[in-house]
Write a protein that binds this ligand. Structure first.
Ligand SMILES: Cc1ncc(COP(=O)(O)O)c(C=O)c1O
Length: 413
């Protein structure tokens, strides 16, 4: 039976705004022709503004994991010492890719639910240096989607720059970039990876990577095998307004439209919206009696993980939620069955979060659990208001001039 309610609240793919959905139905163009070149001439500068980089941004037809693989194989050689800082399932995946291609990976494993600490990274780098294995690269995860933790990339990068200046910084920002403040050049990041199906409000199909001049130089020396993911081929094709292989043309149309919507809204407003949705989700779930998994000091504004109570049958409960129109995500890796996750990134508003919380509340009541009907919604909307006010207060920093398609968007530093 079709459900009139359809709340997809997983941490990607996210729902799509109508203009983005409609762009997916447009007629094909020649991906080697002038229409596609014009699209690339809009999309690449818009992505540069989103990443806050003056460097190159390349589009690769692949999922986020493909983007991580591209970052590894273009910049590293077998045997290279690499420090992989992992705070969850996606940090582990990045490390595994590097190991699989023959890098000599040292893991700095952080307890799941906590963020990586700059001092721990400093210690791990120093230990590698003392052992004569100065790292060629450090792998970081910006937003750990499996635990709902956002790592402090600025301070972590600063420690790497100070302790191991030659190390490349490769950052998985797949589920955070575009939703929360991020500064690729300001933080000195070499390769940053994101995916179309996350904050960008676009279907899956594209990985977008920024590549610093240092990273391009490293790519000339690096010897890991690569063909499809050869970023140099992507850069050369981009210079001609194309991609080296046939891209997912419809997803490119959709990205073009979505970037226009994001710039119309303006990044400060996008960040404030995500801060409000994150705060509302956390306050609402807490009010409903759930324990949140992430360290509150580093709670993500794009995904929240909550513990499944021992006396709640998650399979049955999530099936009931789905029947009521709400789709949430389960736990990943070693958190399978222990947590559930609510995605609040991309095309999402506080009102939609309140609707999702109301469905959870109704399902809890139907399961015979004690619920103070409406209390979670009040807590959530108050938290959203507080978060929005806080962001507005913080948004008084310096601004950088950009020349967005939407006509000179300003991005708060
Ligand atoms: C932080 C992070 N890294 C990597 C990935 C993998 O992306 P994909 O599933 O598109 O391959 C995801 C997807 O959820 C993610 O959230």
């Amino acid at each position: 039976m079709a459900n009139l309610e359809a709340h997809l609240r997983v941490p990607g793919p996210t729902p799509l705004p109508d203009p983005v959905r409609e762009a997916g139905a447009w007629q094909m163009v020649n991906h080697r022709g002038p229409e596609f070149a014009a699209l690339m001439a809009r999309v690449v500068p818009a992505l540069r503004r989103g990443f806050r980089t003056a460097g190159d941004v390349v589009l690769v037809g692949t999922s986020g994991t493909g983007g991580l693989e591209a970052a590894v194989v273009n910049h590293l050689s077998p045997g290279d010492p690499v420090l992989a800082v992992t705070t969850g399932a996606f940090g582990d995946r990045f490390a595994k890719i590097a190991s699989r291609y023959g890098a000599d990976v040292t893991l700095l494993e952080v307890e799941w639910g906590r963020a990586a600490e700059p001092e721990a990274v400093r210690g791990a780098l120093a230990a590698m240096q003392t052992a004569g294995r100065s790292p060629v690269a450090v792998l970081l995860t910006h937003n750990e989607t499996s635990t709902g933790v956002t790592n402090p990339i600025g301070p972590l990068a600063a420690v790497v720059r100070a302790t191991a200046p030659a190390a490349l910084l490769l950052v998985d920002a797949i589920s955070g970039l575009g939703a929360v403040p991020f500064d690729t050049d300001g933080w000195g990041l070499d390769v940053v990876i994101t995916g179309s199906q996350k904050s960008w409000m676009v279907p899956p199909g594209l990985a977008m990577l920024s590549v610093s001049p240092r990273a391009w130089a490293a790519a000339e020396r690096a010897t890991m095998p690569r063909f499809y993911f050869d970023l140099k081929a992507h850069r050369e094709a981009a210079e001609k307004g194309s991609t080296p292989w046939t891209p997912p043309v419809s997803v490119c149309f959709q990205l073009d439209v979505a970037l226009g919507l994001i710039e119309q809204e303006g990044y400060p407003a996008v960040f404030a919206r995500h801060a409000a949705c994150g705060a509302a989700t956390r306050a609402g779930l807490r009010s409903l009696g759930f324990d949140l998994f992430a360290d509150p000091a580093h709670a993500s504004d794009t995904v929240t993980a909550a513990r499944v109570p021992a006396d709640l049958d998650w399979k049955r409960f999530s099936a009931d939620l789905r029947a009521r129109g709400l789709t949430l995500a389960g736990g990943q890796g070693k958190l399978t069955g222990q947590v559930f996750r609510v995605g609040h990134l991309g095309y999402v508003t506080v009102h939609q979060i309140l609707a999702a919380l109301e469905i959870v509340e109704a399902a809890l009541a139907a399961a015979g659990r004690p619920v103070d009907r409406g209390a979670a919604l009040v807590a959530a909307s108050r938290a959203a208001d507080r978060a929005a006010a806080q962001v507005a207060e913080q948004a008084t920093g310096p601004t950088i001039e950009t020349t967005g398609a939407a006509g000179g968007t300003e991005v708060q530093a």
